[in-house]
Design a protein around this ligand. Structure first.
Ligand code: SAM
Length: 234
């Protein structure tokens, strides 16, 4: 677990500076729309935990929409969070962003008490966990009864033509442009592998169920390239 922490943390530290630009550019800004839809799918909650907060795009979106009054973000990459903090400061036009705190930590072993948060979110974080079930059990543990978990994650499109484009994109185009822009040889190849070897749809929802959640729902977005999952802790 210690090795994995360092590996993931340093991987995202290395690509942090180019992460937002590449995401928005390579997805033609569709990723922004996905995060807006994810925030819209959230039940309004007082204090939300944004797991794998990264550069805080989902945090900003949920605050902008009034879906959360206060947000705690947790991530293994201090560099991603540093950029996130700058964006939050710009967004609120102040250095006083007392409604947001970003904390270094592992989603699979979170330093929070049971039943601490009114809502939990995670955008494009789960597929990086070495143990998805451990991450989901942690989200369940820290969520208050009655609270909703809302997850945005890549999935695999069902249409064969879209699948072909998707494979081409993730296997060749993304790693190539990622290598060029971030100047990191391995990071975007790793991201590609983590997208393709991951579960989605029913199977992802089953993991939520196994972690203890109920009322699992999932909504595919843009031909099923990404999916929003919601579930409740009763
Ligand atoms: C693809 S980025 C997504 C960031 C952000 N949520 C977004 O929507 O852009 C994945 C993030 O997950 C973080 N991460 C990966 N594994 C983690 C873990 N086990 N615990 C905490 N953060 C983790 C990485 O450091 C990275 O910032």
């Amino acid at each position: 677990m210690e090795n994995e922490k360092q590996h993931i943390g340093s991987l995202f530290d290395r690509i942090a500076a180019t992460y937002d630009g590449l995401n928005h550019g390579l997805s033609l800004n569709i990723d922004r729309r996905w995060r807006r839809k994810t925030a819209a799918a959230m039940a309004p909650a007082k204090h939300v935990l944004d797991v794998a907060v990264g550069t805080a795009d989902l945090t900003i979106e949920m605050l902008r929409r009034g879906k959360a009054e206060q947000v705690t973000g947790i991530d293994l990459s201090t560099e991603m969070m540093r950029i996130g903090e700058e964006k939050i400061n710009r967004f609120f036009r102040t250095d006083d962003c007392s409604s947001v705190e970003l904390i270094y930590g592992n989603a699979q072993q979170m330093p929070f008490a049971d039943n601490s948060y009114d809502g939990v979110t995670c955008a494009f974080g789960c597929r990086n966990f070495s143990d998805l079930d451990a991450g989901m059990r942690e989200m369940y543990r820290v969520l208050k009864p009655g609270g909703q978990v809302t997850i945005l994650e890549f999935s695999y499109p069902s249409n064969r033509i879209i699948r072909w484009i998707y494979d081409l994109y993730f296997t060749h185009i993304l790693p190539f442009i990622g290598r060029l822009v971030s100047r990191d040889k391995t990071a975007y190849t790793y991201l590609n592998r983590s997208v393709k070897s991951f579960c989605w749809g029913e199977s992802f929802a089953q993991h939520l169920h196994d972690a203890g959640f109920s009322d699992e729902h999932f909504t595919p977005l843009t031909f099923g390239i990404a999916t929003i999952y919601t579930a409740i802790k009763h």
